[in-house]
Design a protein around this ligand. Structure first.
Ligand code: ADP
Ligand code: MG
Length: 282
């Protein structure tokens, strides 16, 4: 008879602990417990306080991970906040209203926000910053350009998954539709977009940015009746942000040209202050 193979030595407790903590989805516990244990020993903390400290670290990390996940899911073209927004550059914008909106109570109330103004005045920046604030406060967000959203809706319709996409768009707490008005929509496109706004009406918040005043929205939707019905829904509970003024980029490039002492900027394209024509300094 041959001797039984020696039993495998049990895994060290650290290995088992790390395995169990991962199963329990506590990655910060795994990463931090040895460090916190050493701290606790140094400071003479009891077991309860040691666990409390770890649990607090896990919660802080979990919140951060969830915000990051919401930001990724929103598909922002860039992450921008009001920290980098210069309110003095756009005096027509109601700053107290914007800061109030950044607290996101309008999302709880299912109100909408419409940002209107000419090109380059910070509408997209403001939309992105409101979207980021919403992610940070725990709301799901989806960002689209109007043309991109219509394209996705048409594609979904052709592939017979429109209902699924509509349900996803209806479920998101904040939908941001940027650049309504740059491209006129086909009749089908206009109807599909109308349906989205309609489905969200009083169930979720929508932010729309547009370079066109309301009177000209008919030219985008190509149909007065549809535009009327859409405006009726969108503006039922709405906060309007007016961003009318000079393009921020144009103003910046003018300032750079005035500041001729900065050689590093000389090669940057700049707009002629009179004609707005883009030239490159040689
Ligand atoms: P719009 O969407 O109205 O055409 P954007 O939001 O795209 O304008 O703004 C153009 C560029 O200028 C962006 O890079 C944006 O971050 C910047 N910008 C616009 N307004 C401001 C502002 N008031 N403060 C800081 N940056 C601004
Ligand atoms: Mg824009």
């Amino acid at each position: 008879m041959t001797a039984a193979a020696p039993a495998a030595s049990p895994a060290p407790p650290q290995v088992l602990l790390a395995h169990h903590l991962r199963q329990l989805k506590l990655p910060t516990f795994v990463r931090e417990y040895e460090k916190v244990a050493a701290e606790a020993a140094r400071e003479g903390l009891d077991h309860v306080r040691f666990l409390l400290r770890l649990a607090e670290l896990e919660l802080i990390d979990r919140e951060r991970r969830m915000v990051e996940r919401r930001i990724r899911a929103a598909r922002f073209p860039a992450v921008k906040s009001f920290d980098t927004f210069d309110f003095t550059a756009i005096p027509s914008l109601n700053k107290p209203l914007v800061l109030e909106l950044a607290r996101c109570e309008y999302i709880v109330a299912h109100d909408n926000v419409i940002a209107l103004g000419n090109s380059g005045t910070g509408k997209t920046h403001a939309g992105l910053a409101l979207g980021l604030a919403a992610c940070q406060r725990g709301f799901s967000v989806a960002f689209f350009t109007a043309a991109g959203l219509v394209h996705q809706l048409m594609e979904a319709r052709d592939e017979r998954r429109l209902l699924k996409l509509q349900a996803q768009l209806a479920a998101v707490k904040l939908l941001i539709v940027d650049e309504l008005g740059y491209v006129p929509l086909s009749q089908t496109g206009a109807e599909l977009l109308f349906e989205i706004f309609s489905q969200r009406h009083e169930h979720g918040s929508t932010i729309v940015t547009s370079n066109l005043p309301f009177e000209e929205w008919t030219s985008v939707f190509g149909n007065q009746r549809l535009t009327g019905a859409l405006l009726d829904r969108l503006t039922h509970h709405v906060h309007i942000l007016e961003l009318n003024g000079e393009s921020y980029r144009l103003k910046q490039s003018k300032a750079r040209r005035r500041c001729a002492t900065q050689p590093a900027d000389e090669a940057a394209p700049a707009a002629d202050p009179e004609t707005g024509e883009i030239t490159t300094a040689s």
